[in-house]
Ligand binder design. Structure first.
Ligand code: BES
Ligand code: MN
Ligand code: ZN
Length: 460
């Protein structure tokens, strides 16, 4: 994927606004006016064979519709539509496209969308599918935009690949191996807190969830140092490699290999920050374990002591995400981070409320929320703010511990979970929680990498 200065023999992709004529040099060689037959309405595609008049076999004209109506979000959609099923190398023609959306922005957005659209879940036992090559034909400088699109697109696909890998092939051990390898490749620091270390620290949240699994738990910690000794922020991701529910066994746990999507997103985010040499200091923290059942597994009404020292009465072993996350939140604060954001496939309630369209967003600080809102808009990602309120936390009062991990009955599940997490956030720490249960995978059929772009934007 690179900038080229003259056309080659690959298929030409030619996006065009509705009020724009096709460049005359194209029509001239074809010997007729293609303007008469191509549909320039938004997202309409017209394929024209060049019948030997050009070295490339055909041109795909892609309608962009009205210039004033096109947004980068719509541009992403149309680019994805074009690239989804491309099975041959292409070249994108852009020199006629410096409008309200600049040529640079168009290239940046189109190329990233191409890479994301080309990703396919790998069939185990078969080779990974390559991303089809797409060059950009331009006499203006666009290589920087292409390079950035490659970093983001590959980072997002990397996270999707980790999440799509089945839980028997992406165990906590595999997550650790992957973390060490990725850190090495990208010049990130990586510290692995193993089970013995977690026991020393008394991280009882993650250790309790881990009791039912024969594979030990880990806390994986990446460190990106791009801004000398400036303060560190932290990105935290839920890393449950499989969620059976524990003794509160799920009736249907299909899709629960995706319960580490938040963690996988952190790998992608850290890789993008490293490769783009972002001038910022960020910890990436992923608590990882399976949530399974055996003779040692934690049980309803057990009382556990989390890393923070707070005790928790287990009402449901299926509310495990918040137990590993509260320890990660405490750990991030022990490291000195004062601005946190977590990504977690946390609640079915969030799926019920927002589906696979909006991510649930919670924040304890107005200014920090505004910052993130801007980041989401700049990234064309959708999040909807949901409430934190003491009244929700009140519902988690317990007779046997400082708090319960679940109310034990339905009602505002996403907010209850968020309030549970907030009670581990100390005075003076700004915190955002992203409930990606609905947006991280399309109903258990494929990881999306949702919110990676927005979180990177926030960190930059
Ligand atoms: N991983 C699930 C949440 C989830 C559900 C993600 C559906 C994606 C799709 C989480 O660990 C969970 O089981 N949450 C429970 C919490 C309840 C027991 C308080 C839920 O939402 O039902
Ligand atoms: Mn669960
Ligand atoms: Zn879970």
């Amino acid at each position: 994927m690179k900038q080229i200065e003259s056309l080659n023999k690959h298929i030409v992709i030619y996006p065009i606004y509705d009020n724009q004529p096709v460049d005359s040099w194209l029509c001239d060689a074809l010997g007729y006016d293609v303007n008469d037959i191509i549909d320039k309405d938004y997202a309409k595609m017209t394929q024209i064979h060049t019948l030997g008049k050009y070295p490339f076999p055909y041109i795909i004209f892609v309608g962009l519709g009205k210039e004033e109506k096109l947004t980068t979000a719509k541009l992403r959609d149309v680019a994805m539509k074009v690239s989804k099923d491309l099975d041959k190398p292409t070249q994108l023609v852009v020199d006629h496209l410096d409008k309200t959306i600049s040529r640079q922005t168009l290239v940046r957005v189109w190329m990233e969308s191409h890479i994301i659209a080309q990703y396919k879940e790998r069939k185990i036992g078969h080779d990974e599918k390559d991303i089809m090559d797409m060059d950009v034909m331009s006499v203006h400088p666009v290589q920087k935009e292409i390079d950035e699109a490659i970093i983001y697109g590959t980072g997002i696909n990397y996270a999707r690949k980790l999440a799509d890998t089945p839980s028997n092939l992406m165990t906590p051990e595999d997550m650790v191996k992957e973390a060490i390898e990725m850190a090495k490749q990208n010049g990130l620091e990586c510290t692995i807190l193993d089970k013995a270390k977690l026991e020393d620290m008394k991280a009882g949240g993650i250790l309790s969830v881990n009791l039912g699994s024969h594979i030990p738990a880990y806390m994986i910690c990446f460190k990106h140092n791009g801004d000398k000794d400036a303060p560190y922020k932290a990105v935290i991701g839920k890393g449950i490699t499989f969620d059976s529910g524990g003794y509160n066994l799920k009736g249907n746990s299909y899709g629960m290999k995706y319960d580490m999507c938040g963690g996988a997103d952190v790998y992608g985010i850290m890789q993008i920050l490293a490769q783009s040499q972002a001038k910022t200091n960020v910890y990436g923290i992923i608590p990882v374990t399976e949530n399974l059942v055996n003779g040692q597994a934690y049980k309803p009404q057990d009382v556990i002591t989390t890393l923070s020292g707070k005790t928790v009465e287990i009402v449901s072993t299926d509310a495990e995400g918040r137990l590993i996350l509260c320890d990660a939140i405490t750990y991030a604060q022990q490291l000195g981070a004062k601005k946190l954001i977590d990504l977690a496939t946390l609640t079915g309630a969030c799926v019920a409320a927002l589906g696979d369209v909006y991510t649930g967003v919670f924040c304890n600080d107005e200014e920090y929320y505004q910052e993130f809102d801007k980041a989401m808009k700049a990234s064309d990602e959708k999040g909807w703010r949901l409430p934190l309120d003491q009244a929700y936390l009140d519902k988690l009062q317990s007779k046997s511990a400082d708090l319960k991990n679940s109310m034990g009955k339905p009602g505002a599940g996403a907010s209850i979970a968020a309030n549970f997490l907030e009670s581990f956030v100390e005075e003076g720490t700004k915190w955002i929680h992203l409930d990606i249960a609905g947006t991280a995978d399309q109903n258990g059929t494929g990881a999306t990498g949702a919110m990676i772009r927005s979180v990177v934007e926030l960190m930059k």
